[in-house]
Design a protein around this ligand. Sequence first.
Ligand code: HEC
Length: 262
Amino acid sequence: MALKKLANDAFIRDVFRLAQGQVRDYGAANMTQETNTQDTPDTDNGSGDMINTIAGWVLFAAGLGLGLSIVSDKIFHAYDPQRPEVAGYPVEVAEEAGEVEMTMTQALNMDGVDVSAGERVFAKCSACHTIEAGGANGVGPNLHGIMGAPVGAVGGYEYSGAMASFGGQWGWDEMNDWLNNPRGYMDGTKMGFAGLSSIEDRAAVSLYMNENGSNLAVPEYVAVAAEEAEATAGEEAEAEAEADQNAAEETSEETAAAEASE
Ligand code: HEC
């Protein structure tokens, strides 16, 4: 027992020395300790002291670590509120013309969007539709003269209830929305076609259908811009007229003043 107590004291002293940087070989003491542990009952409080000591140092190390982390936060501003909300820096990307949402009117007036391009697009429709005058109804109705025609009114074709009762006519914008997403546009239609994702394709195929038995006027995009320019010119003319009037009033006032002083 006395030997074991001594061994523990030696171990504790060694731990202190280690902590102070005084390294010493305590292998022998350690060996003794191990031997003792093996044949010592648990009631012995010598090993309890050792555990306390170790626990104390662990606690000390943890406290030291916490202190250091607080100090380092102070130095390195880990929670600096001055950090920008968005990390990094913004990169300005010029918007490409193609990405901008295009209107049907714009698409109809684009270079390369014409009847012959529309004929090529119509190949996707011809599995179900004929376009020539008097052409047979297939899976879908014959589409001769469909532009401008009432919705769901081709003779001899059996429409879904949704299309038969939809109402309205096939104008440019209606055709654009329909071909963009048939089922989204008309809930319950039986046209089993996913749609045309490109507005250029939708515009071209509409021009092609218009060329086959319909005669809707193609809305002119350039004309819209020209009208705006005209309106601006009109405003300018008005402003000028107003200025002239003011000048005239001033002149007559001057004349009156001159007359009065005579
Ligand atoms: C898989 C077959 C199928 C394809 C492909 C298809 N359609 Fe149809 N289409 C139909 C059916 C069926 C209807 C009738 C829908 C209903 O009754 O609900 C229809 C109806 C229509 C109508 C309405 C006609 C009316 O009388 O009001 C138009 C316009 C039309 N399709 C255009 C097109 C165009 C343009 C394409 C190609 C871009 C196309 N469809 C591709 C099957 C098809």
